[in-house]
Design a protein around this ligand. Structure first.
Ligand code: SAM
Length: 375
């Protein structure tokens, strides 16, 4: 008899090791969660899917433990970030990044002696959200990155630039969309880039030594209600956390970053499920949330092999002032999809604070780990 109880007491554990700390992303789960699941229920060499991969937590742990990993997310910044965090780099690629850092150190020095006039990249809201000197330095960094041949190196450096964008913009903070004059000095953007680039390089270098090179990693920017690009029965295990309805707008969160990196904003805006904007405006109903989740679970069932397990972390929500106990909703429709429920482990965050998602703290709501099996 398989034991489906899992001890999730991760309080105080370091959740930021290796590449897990690269770049901000909201509502990440702790890396210990996929780590424990993969170690207990997985077999090295199997293929793991995260259809809501976010910042790539499941994928990084998969690569560290010797699993093939497929990540899907509707948000283009998420798939880029996940790819960078879970892709081990070659010594040659690491050397190219070091050369690039030296190049920017030199540019930083030259610009402090004699600042050139350059044509700034035009993005929506540029003047309101970015000082001109910041926009010049960001444009210059992205122009230099675009000349690099290696796609892995370009992607890594784009993520470094992306990570500093809110800090150097007029946006008050990652979670507050209020413009504030930060009086950013000339060359501050270059210096921020250099600090981050060195830190991230150190992290990706250690990750690259530890990660299993023989496994494959695939990222797909798609809507997980329809994953027809993936074959039936091609997945051994699913570890994922869909959005918690009416809690976040992932597509809004990284708006300026996506504009600077030329990542499409509309696709995520039109296809994100559970978005706060749609549900808090009372436009969408609890029935709509159930319909969207059902489509995702149908796809998960189709993709997973016989005897495969799916581990779903999901939270309750309030829709039209009504508390939606999502474990009950899912357990209600799941037999019709074909999965069997092996276990549901729930946590009230007011009692056991910060089990999965540290930002999800409203009382009465619970988070659940739902373990499903395809027989
Ligand atoms: C709770 S977060 C996942 C966080 C992830 N476990 C981590 O540790 O970073 C949920 C993710 O679902 C994504 N998402 C929302 N709607 C989606 C859809 N229709 N298809 C695929 N991904 C979607 C969001 O962009 C977000 O990245």
């Amino acid at each position: 008899m398989t034991d489906y109880s899992i001890d999730f007491n991760f309080g105080g554990a370091d959740t930021m090791y290796l590449t897990h700390s690269l770049h901000p992303y909201p509502a990440k789960f702790p890396p210990q969660l996929p780590n424990v699941i993969l170690s207990k229920y997985g077999i090295k060499g199997q293929t793991v899917l995260d259809p809501f991969c976010g910042s790539g937590t499941t994928l990084v742990e998969s690569r560290l433990l010797g699993f093939n990993a497929i990540g899907v997310d509707v948000n283009g910044l998420s798939t880029l970030l996940s790819k960078v965090k879970a892709t081990p780099l070659s010594n040659e690629e690491i050397a190219t990044i070091k050369d690039f850092i030296s190049l920017v150190e030199n540019e930083n020095f030259q610009w402090s002696m004699n600042r050139p006039q350059i044509e700034v990249k035009q993005i929506e809201g540029l003047e309101h959200w970015f000082q001109h000197n910041v926009a010049e330095e960001l444009t210059h960094l992205l122009n230099l990155i675009s000349k690099i041949n290696s796609e892995n190196v370009r992607d890594f450096l784009k993520i470094v630039v992306s990570s500093i964008i809110v800090r150097v913009s007029n946006q008050e903070s990652d979670t507050r969309f209020v413009a504030k004059n930060k009086e950013i000095q000339d060359n501050f953007t270059f210096r921020q880039f250099l600090v981050r680039a060195k830190e991230y390089l150190e992290r990706i270098s250690v990750f690259s030594q530890k990660a299993h090179k023989e496994c494959f990693l695939k990222l797909i920017n798609a809507d997980s209600r329809n994953l027809n690009m993936l074959e039936d029965g091609s997945i051994d295990m699913i570890i994922t956390s869909p959005p918690y309805a009416n809690t976040y707008d992932y597509y809004l969160y990284h708006k300026f970053r996506k504009r600077w990196l030329d990542i499409d904003v509309k696709f995520a805006q039109n296809n994100e499920i559970g978005s706060r904007r749609e549900y808090s405006s009372l436009k969408k109903t609890a029935e709509q949330w159930t319909t969207d989740l059902k489509l995702c679970f149908h796809e998960m069932f189709r993709l997973i092999k016989k005897d495969g397990l799916a581990f779903i972390v999901i939270g309750d929500s309030v829709i039209k002032k009504q508390l939606i106990k999502i474990n009950e909703v899912i357990c209600d429709f799941i037999p019709e999809i074909g999965f069997e429920v092996c276990n549901v482990i729930s946590s009230s965050l007011s009692e056991h604070s910060r089990m999965f998602n540290p930002t999800f703290t409203q009382k009465d709501k619970k988070e659940h780990l739902i373990i499903l099996k395809k027989y």
